[in-house]
Design a protein around this ligand. Structure first.
Ligand SMILES: [Zn+2]
Ligand SMILES: [Zn+2]
Length: 233
């Protein structure tokens, strides 16, 4: 059974802990390592790996400390180059080539963000569960079957963004950047419609913008659309 703990989820920092009861992993390390240790009751020695989607600090802030703690960190070579840390625990993996960490089989895939080589990850375990993790991408061009746990960014909704631009609280230039780098509620819904989610058990909506989102509404609308529990950490 997959257990998910969100340690942080916003543009200030992202970090999630997932375990299938046998192998535990970190998804991102965008907060201080001390904070990660504290939030996991100092049980970090059992962490088998850390998956990093891209080089923005809110996703990899503590990578040096995580590597130094003896945890293998997996990412694209573009991300590793951008992070520019040569620690032997930093491992590069290729898109669409599976690798294993303990009981997890992990498939990295390319996503759409304004950085060099960002990834999303599909994680499958021995119990047949599948966790899809993607953040900081305005679109996902792939389709997935049998996902049981969906962890996907939902940064903003277009109507709230446009309202904020109209009243001057968000600069106009932000619109273009967001639309080509982050997931909107509209694209989130479209992704759900386009995929086989017949096995879906739960959804986590990640990385909500402070100003361009509405947590209660996002949660309600996705819950209505899918009928499964929705968590907004
Ligand atoms: Zn981010
Ligand atoms: Zn980013």
């Amino acid at each position: 059974m997959i257990e998910i703990t969100a340690l942080a989820s916003s543009s200030k920092g992202n970090c999630y802990h997932v375990t299938d009861g046998k192998t535990s992993l970190l998804l991102e390390c965008g907060i201080n390592f001390k904070e990660i240790q504290k939030k996991l009751d100092f049980q970090t020695s059992s962490i088998a790996g850390c998956l990093v989607t891209h080089e923005h600090a809110d996703h990899c802030k503590s990578i040096k400390d995580v590597a130094r703690a003896g945890i293998n960190c997996y990412m694209s070579s573009g991300t590793a180059d951008a992070i520019a840390n040569k620690h032997h625990r930093i491992k590069t993996v290729e898109a669409k080539k599976q690798f294993t960490v303990g009981t997890w089989t992990i498939l990295p895939f390319d996503v759409q963000h304004d950085v060099s080589e960002p990834y999303g990850f599909l994680l499958a375990n021995e119990a047949g569960e599948k966790l899809l993790f993607a953040t900081d991408t305005f679109y996902i061009k792939y389709r997935f079957n049998g996902v049981t746990h969906l962890l996907l960014e939902c940064n903003y909704s277009l109507d709230i963004l446009d309202e904020n631009i109209l009243n001057g609280s968000v600069p106009q230039v932000m619109r273009k950047r967001l639309m080509r780098s982050h997931m909107s509620l509209e694209n989130f819904k479209e992704f759900i419609r386009a995929n086989d989610l017949s096995k879906l058990e739960e959804i986590w909506m990640l990385h909500l913008s402070d100003s361009n989102s509405d947590e209660a509404r996002f949660k309600r609308e996705i819950q209505e659309q899918t009928g499964v529990p929705v968590y907004v950490p």
